[in-house]
Design a protein around this ligand. Structure first.
Ligand SMILES: C[S@@+](CC[C@H](N)C(=O)[O-])C[C@H]1O[C@@H](n2cnc3c(N)ncnc32)[C@H](O)[C@@H]1O
Length: 236
């Protein structure tokens, strides 16, 4: 008789506040024997920190080192992580991969999904994205009626950002970090700078909301984004 394999979960755990996790993610998190999570090479592990209070000591943990560097490919790291996860799944153990925010929105889980979902039963549990949580934290409605919302990474070239942002009703620009100055200059050029709102580490204990004009580009962390809310003020 062949042994049953385990199930792979992509677990959306929300933007940072441990209470912004779904009941389903919480239940799965507590029941699986193995958890895996992205870890920066310097050892920082945000996803694990978000759910640290919910973990059990007997759970097996697989930290997945990722380079988080523009000059080094993450793909060999995902190959390695997928192998480690596959070994547990093959032994019949369920594995939950922790994903900050929503797994299928710019989430690193997607690279494991691509490698493993054809071989193992996989379930993605959606999470509250930082893009939604940031609008709530900033207290700004994102979209009314026929508004179109665009979510884009700050890593795009300035010309592409300019073309995209020129036509948005509302937008969220993620992956800011060292790209902040480029985005700021494009927003100024397009006359959208006054509308733009800046937030760091939304819903985390060290959340910071700053007037965008006061932001020092040298100090913008990776966990920061810009919201350009709807220009409509009210709907009758
Ligand atoms: C690789 S994307 C992952 C997005 C995630 N899957 C989500 O749904 O929120 C990482 C980017 O999301 C944004 N981000 C994630 N969490 C954040 C938070 N709590 N506050 C502000 N920005 C955040 C940052 O712009 C960061 O560079």
């Amino acid at each position: 008789m062949t042994k049953a394999t385990g199930k792979l979960y992509g677990l959306g755990i929300g933007p940072g506040d441990p209470e912004l996790i779904t009941l389903k993610a919480y239940r799965i998190l507590q029941s699986v024997p193995v958890i895996a999570y992205p870890a920066m090479e310097n050892g920082k592990v945000l996803a694990r920190a978000i759910v640290a209070d919910y973990l059990r000591p007997e759970q097996i943990e697989i930290p997945m080192p990722l380079p988080f560097s523009p000059t080094r490919s993450s793909q060999p790291y995902y190959d390695l992580a997928a192998e480690k996860i596959a070994a547990h799944l093959s032994e019949g153990k369920d594995v939950a991969v922790l994903c900050e925010g929503e797994p299928f929105l710019y989430g690193s889980f997607m690279y494991l999904f691509n490698r493993l979902s054809a071989r193992f039963t996989t379930e993605v549990v959606p999470g509250i994205s930082s893009t939604m949580a940031s609008a709530a934290a900033l207290g700004v409605p994102l979209t009314y009626r026929n508004d179109v919302l665009s979510i884009m990474p700050a890593t795009l070239d300035a010309e592409v950002l300019r073309d995209r942002l020129a036509v948005v009703d509302a937008a969220v620009i993620i992956k800011l970090g060292r790209h902040f100055a480029k985005v700021r200059d494009v927003l100024i050029e397009l006359g959208q700078f006054e509308r733009a709102l800046y937030i760091e580490r939304a819903t985390m204990p060290n959340q910071r909301i700053r007037a965008i004009a006061d932001v020092d580009p040298a100090e913008v962390p990776y966990w920061a984004l810009i919201v350009i809310p709807s220009q409509q003020k009210s709907v009758s």
